[in-house]
Design a protein. Sequence first.
Length: 283
Amino acid sequence: MRKTRDRIVVVRLKGGLGNQLFEYAAGVAIADRHGAQLFVEAASERGLAAADVLPPGVCEPVTAAIAARVRLPNANANAVDRVLSGVLRRSPWYVAQCSWVREAPMEPSAKPEQATARDVLLDGWFINRLWFADSYLKVADLLLERLAAHPAFLLAQEATVVSFRRGDFVRNGWALSMEYYERAVSRLHDRGRPCFVVGDDALFCTFACDWLAKLGVDARPRPAMEGSAGLADLALIAGARQVVMSNSTFCWWATVAGDRVRPNGRQVMIPRPWTGSRLPMSV
């Protein structure tokens, strides 16, 4: 369908890279459905962002004119302006012109059918399959364009990659148990392959390498590489012959991208349930 600026979709990116890719995928799905032009407001968080891992030009930034058109909430606005903006977004005029869809982190509190007006502003998390089912493979292919050219992708071709997510997952009680990892490793087809350990906690990854060695796995941290460490981890997971997943959206996207290259030529161990929630991606 031909894209037209008669209809636009604006996505407000937030959270880490994995979350941003789900938000972007929701925007792609809605824009493709309506033949609309997609614009992206970059996330304010530091670290690897969607624009860093997708091909150049894919994330078209929001201009001042586009922001004004959808009454994009401005975090730097004063209190009076924020209140007036919120009132306007709830007015009949605005609702007729623009769907403002908000979606909660875990539960499907909103549905794609709500995005019906000429313009759409997506401001949420969109981690439910309702939002990304029609677009995630397209986004995974875009991601793969960057990852397949990374040295880490080639390094992992005959290797196993074990991914850990610590940090806020530990604080919130979402971190996977070591029993999960022990079961996953025991079911790998070939424990003799070189194994790289990746994660957001370097000290824990060092511990995990020693622990995996006791299970007969030749584990080591990812070697140092130029550029972003996060991008290297992403490429390593995507390129691996065997993957033991963590329950992070970062790992999920890297794994899906890698599956596009060899859907039947790798083994992936997936945690159930996903962070103890009812996320539809827990398959």
